[in-house]
Ligand binder design. Structure first.
Ligand SMILES: Nc1nc2c(ncn2[C@@H]2O[C@H](COP(=O)(O)OP(=O)(O)O)[C@@H](O)[C@H]2O)c(=O)[nH]1
Ligand SMILES: Nc1ncnc2c1ncn2[C@@H]1O[C@H](COP(=O)(O)OP(=O)(O)O)[C@@H](O)[C@H]1O
Length: 199
């Protein structure tokens, strides 16, 4: 596939993926582009349709999957999520580094494709801190929070599998985690900035 290598950010809900990727997109405008996923979950206050996600019904999402519009899709915490082919193509057509924020099932399914991204795992310092951050975020009901914590436990176990991720970043201090993330992506960033990223 032409253009710079995409980047997959994965890790438990609340690990800090959106925070870190927003910092990256802000500092490196014109370098990164976000792969806007589809989801059946409801938008949170402040989220924008078409920017954070494409918010759709189960029927619309399933019809798209059946048509073959998605590279991968998964069920997470009672909702459907998926990366459409168009979401990635839109970013790659602009010759930007495409960032995908996806769960563990997505990681495993992307591995079966020819996308060839850099796989980065964002991890919380501990389950207790993860729970505190998720509670403080105030976006989840108690039920949704419990589902996310349960998924986080499974996620952290699976992410120990050798070779699954190229880089593992523990998000303790945010600035430090961001420095590590930038460090891991420096080579790709420089390729795009020099305009020499064409395959
Ligand atoms: N497989 C897959 N997972 C996704 C996709 N989009 C988002 N996710 C994951 O779905 C999970 C829930 O996302 P979200 O509802 O935004 O909650 P948050 O992670 O707590 O902010 C996270 O682990 C995301 O990485 C997608 O297109 N495919
Ligand atoms: N290093 C950090 N220290 C303290 N709080 C953090 C840190 N990183 C992220 N957060 C906060 O934790 C919450 C979860 O982060 P978020 O980026 O939404 O996670 P994710 O996208 O992985 O679900 C947010 O409220 C965010 O502001």
């Amino acid at each position: 596939m032409a253009g710079p290598r995409p980047v997959v950010l994965s890790g438990p809900s609340g690990a800090g993926k959106s925070t870190l990727l927003k910092m990256l997109m802000k500092e490196f405008e014109g370098v990164f582009g976000f792969s806007v996923s589809h989801t059946t979950r409801k938008p949170r206050p402040g989220e924008e349709n078409g920017k954070d996600y494409h918010y759709v019904s189960r029927e619309v999402m399933q019809a798209g999957i059946d048509k073959g519009d998605f590279i991968e899709n998964a069920e997470f915490s009672g909702n459907m999520y998926g990366t459409s082919k168009v979401a990635v193509q839109d970013v790659q057509a602009r010759n930007l580094i495409c960032i995908l924020d996806i769960d563990m099932q997505g990681v495993k399914n992307i591995k079966k494709t020819d996308l060839n991204p850099i796989y980065i795992s964002i991890q919380p310092p501990s389950m207790d801190i993860l729970e505190k951050r998720l509670r403080d975020r105030k976006t989840e009901s108690e039920e949704s929070l419990q589902k996310r914590l349960q998924a986080a436990n499974v996620d952290l176990q699976i992410s120990k599998e050798a070779g699954l991720f190229d880089v593992v970043i523990v998000n303790n201090d945010l600035e430090e985690a961001y420095r590590d993330l930038k460090g891991a992506l420096l080579e790709e960033i420089q390729k795009v900035q020099k305009g020499s990223a064409k395959a």
